[in-house]
Design a protein around this ligand. Structure first.
Ligand SMILES: [Zn+2]
Ligand SMILES: [Zn+2]
Length: 248
């Protein structure tokens, strides 16, 4: 969703909520963040005091849940919620999203063995802010109506810091292709590892080196072969791309 569409949809959502609520919500405080501060691209720039306020404020947690109603939390956020109970800063917002809003996508992911596999990677030191990660399959499409013809696979994620963009897609010929991009030319020559992990534990792992893409930064590409020949193609899976080694 584009920034403009996202803001428009949220504004509508908030107008509905506000129309139902008293002039000022009883939980709202002077320190509460504005709606714009909750946009995914603004959250990365929260100050420590904003972060601290949100983690302890019921009104702001509610706002966070409203934002998630438009666009679900990232996979990493779900991993952090499930395994850092008590220290996760958006506990109440997540409970609202899963229990009260009943989000089918996030409920499925939270109950999937895939989340354990991601947790293990985190335990081994995978960098949360610098990795691109997305889910595909039943977990990702649980909210949609089942269709006879499966749509072409196309999943994409941008790391929290915006420096790694990964797309896994199915071509018209039925090939599974991976594209990795970074807007920063400083990353030319750096290596990434891309993993596809299925629910049954199958792992597809490739290492790639980023080459110059001119003024667009750098990129790498890999073709896995025909998607229907891949053993896990009928399973749910997660797709994770992360840096190998530190930035130069
Ligand atoms: Zn607040
Ligand atoms: Zn959700």
């Amino acid at each position: 969703m584009s920034e403009k569409n996202f803001l428009g949809a949220l504004r509508t959502l908030c107008e509905i909520e506000v129309a139902r609520a008293p002039a000022r919500h009883s939980l709202q405080t002077q320190k509460c963040l504005t709606l714009a501060r909750f946009m995914p691209w603004s959250q990365a720039n929260w100050t420590d005091s904003e972060r601290e306020h949100v983690s302890g404020c019921r009104y702001c947690q509610r706002m966070m849940a409203l934002v998630w109603r438009e666009e679900c939390p990232r996979l990493w956020t779900l991993v952090k919620y499930k395994y850092a109970m008590g220290t996760f800063p958006f506990d109440e917002a997540m409970r609202f999203h899963v229990d009260r809003d009943g989000c089918p996508r996030c409920s499925r992911i939270l109950n999937s063995p895939l989340i354990d596999r991601l947790k293990n990677l985190v335990a081994q030191g995978a960098d949360l802010a610098g990795s691109a990660v997305a889910a595909y399959g039943e977990v990702a499409s649980a909210a949609e109506f089942a269709s006879i013809k499966r749509p072409a696979l196309h999943i994409r994620d941008t790391s929290e810091d915006g420096l790694l963009v990964s797309t896994l897609l199915e071509t018209a010929e039925g090939l599974l292709v991976l594209h990795v991009e970074s807007p920063d030319r400083k990353n030319i020559g750096r290596r990434v590892v891309a993993e596809v992990i299925s629910e049954s534990g199958s792992l597809l792992r490739v290492e790639l080196e980023l080459v110059s893409a001119g003024e667009f930064g750098c990129r790498a590409e890999h073709a896995y072969g025909r998607i229907r020949d891949l053993p896990w193609s009928r399973e749910n899976f997660v797709f994770l791309v992360r840096w190998l080694g530190e930035a130069g």
